[in-house]
Design a protein around this ligand. Sequence first.
Ligand code: SAM
Length: 348
Amino acid sequence: MAETEIISSSENNEQFFEGVEKLIEIWFTPAKNADLRKITRQQWENVLKIVRCEIISFTQSELVDAYVLSESSMFVSRRRWILKTCGTTTPLRCVRAVLSLARDVAGHSRVHNVFYSRREFARPAAQLQPHDNFDSEVKLLDSFFGDGRAYIMGPEKDCWYLYTLLPLEGTVDALEKEHCAANELLEPDQTIEILMSDLDPAVMEIFTRQYSANAAQATRESGIDKIIPGMVIDDFLFDPCGYSMNGVAKDGCYMTIHITPEPACSYVSFESNVPVSCYEEVITRVLQAFRPNKFVLTVFATPDSPGAEAARQLKKFPALGTYSLLDGQHCRFAGYSLQYALYCKFPS
Ligand SMILES: C[S@+](CC[C@H](N)C(=O)[O-])C[C@H]1O[C@@H](n2cnc3c(N)ncnc32)[C@H](O)[C@@H]1O
């Protein structure tokens, strides 16, 4: 397994691990016979060496290959590549290699869209270049993709960063029309992410070897298997603690959950592209399973996806159960809308 970044703080002997992930998603323009799944496992292993992580498990459905990594997950489908890695990994360092493999092995020579995002790290100074600050990340991304657009949402300590491609020229409305006309091949898409911190220690205990004999037990006891029914689950319980899972469904949907249970730095991320028109139930199940004190919620949706309605509904939620909205923003990009929100538990 790759080098672990579990740091022991000498002051109080508490373990620290940076659970916050960097997430990059690249969509390639549809091309005849092109498929990212032509890239071999050995080629992915070489790419992941640059990132400083390893493959520890694999599962697949007809439409998506899902890898559990020593630091989070990777999903590969015909024209979409997703890499989500935590700790002090360096995912942006491998983008050039991925673009070359996409062109030379998979037959994809045109990038359609790119999303790079992350929450603010608990310890930004511990990150390696270019992840030690957002400006360096943006500079490197621009060197691959030309001029992108960078956003910072939310208050300083809890902010969420996003980089995506600039619409070529003109208004978002005009571009959306153009997209619809030119890209009949493009499927609707939506992604929900819930990035949770400061979680209930009683729940976090489930994700330790002391409490759970294996990953399947942790999955069942926490209720992870009930969050989105019908997924084939590939789960992993780290030693002495920590948990990662990927779920894949026949229709190409995925979900992924990663858990850092250490009390000093507890963090859980949930992500899925499940196409629902109301996310309230999924969000409620996630919050009931993990009981965070604080979380960032983001929903990306194309205008033709069921998730577009869900994103509109979220705009209207000043509170979610026992959580109040601290900050919310809505953005429209060419082809996507984004809802960002930061929620915090009501003071008891
Ligand atoms: C890979 S997991 C999930 C990280 C994820 N990004 C999250 O949401 O927190 C990290 C957890 O596993 C633990 N862990 C144990 N052994 C590890 C290893 N060899 N590599 C990475 N993490 C390990 C860490 O201490 C941490 O609690």
